[in-house]
Design a binder for this molecule. Sequence first.
Ligand SMILES: N[C@@H](CCC(=O)N[C@@H](CS)C(=O)NCC(=O)O)C(=O)O
Length: 199
Amino acid sequence: MYKLLGRATSGNVQKVLFLLEELGVPYERLDYGRQYENTTTAEYLAMNPTAKVPTLVDGDVSIWESHAILRYVASREKAAALYPVDLAARSHVDRWMDWMLASLNPVFMAGFRDAKKPEAERGADTGKNLAAELKILDGQLARTPFIAGHELTLADMTLGPVVRRCVAMPFGLPAFPHVAAWLERMNARPAFVKATAAG
Ligand SMILES: N[C@@H](CCC(=O)N[C@@H](CS)C(=O)NCC(=O)O)C(=O)O
């Protein structure tokens, strides 16, 4: 049985929860990170030298980096619909997963930090930068119902938990109708609702 180490409020943990719930495989989630103050022990660092969550334990194997975990579990469970074997189809999933980490995540993190500050102390471009990335996603979702095409894939799993937070940020963001419709589709999935229930 998979063991997922990570608090349920972490967006990166929620990505993995979304996949595990969608697959319906047995797993156990254990509270690690932030308030639990248990990611700097020698035992944890031996599994994950970044002292972050999530970490996935599968027997003797331990894996960190949420997207590496998603790829491992989808491949191990032979979930080819979620992570295609065909290389061209797979590249559509991979590019959006990488885009999430390389392009959306930095502006999401800036937004996450700024949202807690009084308006006068926020970065001048935080909302603008976030809107620019969400516009790219909205353009893609105008073309296909799911991020990497006509079916749910790991790309939706990497983006769902974070984009739902992005659109709720207090920066007067414009409407992104295709993103909003896609989030409604995500919210219709019990796996997504359960994965993101902690906030
Ligand atoms: N790129 C890493 C980022 C991991 C990360 O930053 N995790 C955050 C939670 S979302 C964390 O561990 N924060 C400190 C903590 O909770 O102790 C991944 O995708 O797994």
